[in-house]
Design a protein around this ligand. Structure first.
Ligand SMILES: Nc1nc2c(c(=O)[nH]1)N[C@H]1C(S)=C(S)[C@@H](COP(=O)(O)OP(=O)(O)OC[C@H]3O[C@@H](n4cnc5c(=O)[nH]c(N)nc54)[C@H](O)[C@@H]3O)O[C@H]1N2
Ligand SMILES: Nc1nc2c(c(=O)[nH]1)N[C@H]1C(S)=C(S)[C@@H](COP(=O)(O)OP(=O)(O)OC[C@H]3O[C@@H](n4cnc5c(=O)[nH]c(N)nc54)[C@H](O)[C@@H]3O)O[C@H]1N2
Ligand SMILES: [Mo]
Length: 680
């Protein structure tokens, strides 16, 4: 695809900003090329009778969607409409989309792509600490930690600007341990790499706690003073002796013992998780097991110590707090709790009884699309679900069976290829708003570029639809600032309380950390120093047991398939596959496999592998490397079409978080073709 150079814009980091100190990743440096890109949508598109998408006016497109929603509501009820949001949306937009679903449409079925991202870490944080803020401390604490255990995060590629804090930690004499089935760019910088079997994180964490107890390294006074529930955990980990754990995880007893001794022997130690342990059908329990370890060692709430999860998307933190989740209302309130319903209904000026109850989670919502599933109309704002969802072939069929699919995006993608209407919206540099970063710091996005003529904001789409659905007075917002005013009031008294935060304060203070319940409150950079979020102020241990993945390798599908990311591409690739610099560096997804496995298959680097799981097949060029376990194939998920790894992934869901199992599936290599041979 062509790339407009957009020479008018140049992206640079702010060297004064305390989180990244001016550093950006390659996707950041090149992001300006998307603003004036030749593929940019500048007019609404409407599907014609011949099946193509053709330019249409804004009123025509808004009328079409509003009429469709009204028709579906009248015939099948409001629950026959779904909304799908995103961790890419600003706080203002995430809030307004959740309000739109509950008030203008009246449906319970509102969920978002963060369900695929942060939901397991969120579920575990809420259970253990009574609050879910990715990092309960500023990122700069990482540099001060004497030992860090990083579980299933490839920070060097996925958070390059944050990697500087790990580099400083190393320069300060600190030690880094990385648990990942692959020797990633991050693992290569580590002092110890635990190359565990995919899906075995829970066993690993329980095994580490077994050793900590056996070697008397746990902190009994801390456990007594600050936590509840340790005895049941002590009993639960009794069977996780080192030989058993070595068998389950593939990590040697020597490495297990070294890990525990390093963590326990220093004052400041951190355990951080990424999507590796979280995107599993036991993701919540896996994270809880690592939290158990951090608590038992007495590390949580101490300087440069504790447990944290590295939040993914631009607004992955704020996006999960303000009501675009199926069970949630703004301020991290819960839609099933009466007092929470009342508080929000009051701000919205409605009777709490009219608010819908809890709806379906992301995958379940998409799995319910179409006449037999019950959801006949869907609007997607900020996600390319056709590429990003597990079992994607099935989800694409579901999208095709919709009566009405509306998509708000700046570009066409594999999802809007099935849309009846596409609304062209502003990009990040063209509208202001707030985002909450991985530390819980609320920051501002400013207008830096003028949008092309014809483009409008997501907020304008929601207002236009709400007016046509007879709910205009609740959505009379013409700017993000106006939304922010109501939004902060809606969070007042909630767990994620933003009511003391204003645009001016964010500017003056380099961001404000939530909770911030009043204008004279300083904000909360560090949580848990004195108390946890549960009413009794204590952290809760949870006894959790290792269990098999939704699908384990067997005679038919003998290998593990796991998935993740490249440095040069972002998520579904919708925004990065169009950038020449990035596609030149990383033109296609390659399947990483170990030389032993490659030799058995007769494959070499560049051979075409056809991979098959119980869901589907896809093909990839082989990347033969010692950097992956011999029983595991790794593929990035940034592409659609015949090289979409999500054609293969397993939609087994975590019982609490409803997170799909992106990180573990059983796969076989169905065919190997010589390099570059074209497969018909
Ligand atoms: N370049 C780039 N940066 C990104 C993104 C991107 O797409 N591209 N996306 C952003 C988003 S939304 C997110 S959520 C973050 C994600 O950031 P990360 O969590 O770092 O991303 P992943 O590559 O999905 O997974 C991390 C690692 O988990 C390993 N892994 C696989 N299976 C397992 C397992 O069973 N256990 C363990 N312990 N590890 C396992 C993989 O080998 C991989 O190296 O990155 C953000 N930053
Ligand atoms: N196999 C596998 N699958 C995965 C994962 C994995 O590790 N393995 N990771 C999962 C994770 S962590 C995530 S976060 C998802 C991400 O995957 P997606 O949910 O598909 O997210 P993106 O690719 O970031 O796509 C976002 C779309 O939103 C548009 N967009 C960006 N900002 C805005 C905005 O402000 N408004 C509107 N209307 N549109 C906007 C972009 O142009 C793009 O088309 O994928 C998940 N899928
Ligand atoms: Mo994510």
């Amino acid at each position: 695809m062509s790339e407009d150079a957009s020479a008018a814009w140049e992206v640079a980091g702010d060297s004064q900003f305390p989180v990244n100190n001016g550093q950006l990743c390659i996707k950041g440096w090149t992001s300006a090329s998307l603003l004036g890109h030749a593929e940019r949508l500048t007019t609404p598109l409407l599907r014609t009778t011949t099946g193509t998408l053709a330019p249409a006016g804004w009123d025509e497109a808004l009328d079409f969607v509003a009429d469709g929603f009204r028709r579906i509501k009248e015939t099948h009820g409001p629950q026959a409409i779904g909304l799908f949001g995103s961790g890419a949306l600003s706080n203002e937009k995430a809030y307004l989309l959740g309000k739109f679903a509950r008030l203008a449409v009246g449906t319970p079925h509102m969920d978002y792509n963060g369900r695929y991202c942060m939901s397991s870490a969120a579920g575990a944080g809420n259970k253990a600490f009574g609050i879910d803020r990715g990092l309960p401390f500023p990122v700069s604490d990482i540099a001060e930690a004497e030992v860090i255990l990083l579980v299933g995060a490839n920070t060097a590629d996925t958070l390059p600007p944050i990697m500087q804090w790990f580099d400083r930690q190393k320069a300060n004499g600190g030690r880094l341990i990385v648990a990942d089935p692959r020797r990633t760019a991050t693992a290569r910088t580590a002092d110890l790499h635990l190359s565990l079997v995919p899906g075995s994180d829970l066993a690993l964490a329980n095994g580490l706690l077994f050793i900590a107890i056996e070697e008397r390294l746990i902190n009994e006074p801390y456990i007594a003073a600050r936590t509840v529930g340790f005895e049941s955990v002590r009993r639960a980990v009794l069977t996780y002796d080192p030989p058993t754990v070595e068998r389950l995880t593939g990590v040697s007893e020597a490495s297990l013992r070294k890990t525990v001794r390093w963590l326990a022997s220093v004052d400041s130690a951190m355990i951080l998780s990424g999507r590796g342990p979280e995107q599993q059908s036991k993701g919540v329990d896996s994270v809880l097991a690592f939290i158990n370890l951090a608590l038992a060692l007495g590390k949580v709430g101490k300087p440069a110590s504790g447990f944290g999860t590295l939040t993914g998307q631009g607004n992955g933190q704020g996006g999960r707090e303000h009501g675009q989740k199926a069970d949630q209302l703004p301020g991290y309130r819960l839609i099933e709790v009466d007092a929470h319903r009342e508080a929000v209904a009051k701000v919205w000026g409605v009777d709490p009884a009219t608010l819908p109850r809890k709806g379906k989670s992301a995958y379940e919502l998409l799995d319910s699309l179409g006449p037999d599933g019950g959801i006949r109309g869907l609007m997607v704002m900020g996600s390319n679900v056709a590429v990003a969802s597990p079992n994607a072939g099935h989800i694409i069929n579901r999208l095709k069976s919709l009566e009405l699919l509306a998509v708000c995006d700046s570009f066409l993608n594999e999802t809007s290829a099935n849309a009846h209407v596409v609304f062209p919206v502003y990009q990040w540099a063209e509208e202001e708003g707030t985002m909450t970063n991985l530390e819980g710091r609320v920051i501002r996005r400013r207008v830096a570029a003028e949008a092309p003529f014809g483009v409008r904001g997501d907020i304008d789409v929601l207002r236009g639809l709400a007016e046509r659905l007879g709910c205009g007075e609740k959505f009379a917002f013409y700017s993000p600032r106006e939304v922010f005013d109501e939004f902060r009031r809606a969070t007042a008294g909630g767990v994620a309380d933003y009511s003391g935060i204003s645009y001016d304060r964010i500017d003056a203070e380099e961001g404000v950390f939530w909770p911030c319940p009043s204008e004279d409150h300083p904000g909360t950079p560090r949580l848990f120093a004195e108390r946890f979020g549960h009413p009794d102020g204590k952290a809760k241990f949870h006894a959790v047991e290792h269990r098999a993945a939704g699908e384990e390798p067997d005679a038919e599908y003998p290998l593990y398939l796991t998935t993740g990311r490249y440095k040069e591409h972002y998520n579904s690739g919708a925004q990065t596959r169009m950038v020449g610099t990035l596609t030149n560096a990383q033109p296609q997804p390659r399947a990483q496999l170990h030389p032993h496995l490659a030799a058995r298959l007769g494959a070499e680097s560049g051979s075409i592998l056809v991979l098959e799981t119980r869901r589907g097949r896809a093909e990839f060029a082989a990347d033969v490397t010692h950097d992956v376990r011999a029983d595991t194939i790794f593929v990035p998920f940034h592409w659609g079409g015949k090289s979409a790894v999500n054609m293969l992934t397993n939609p087994a869901l975590d019982p609490t978080s409803r997170m799909p199992e992106f990180k573990v599936a059983a796969v076989r290599v169905a065919a190997v073709y010589p390099p570059k041979e074209v497969i018909a």
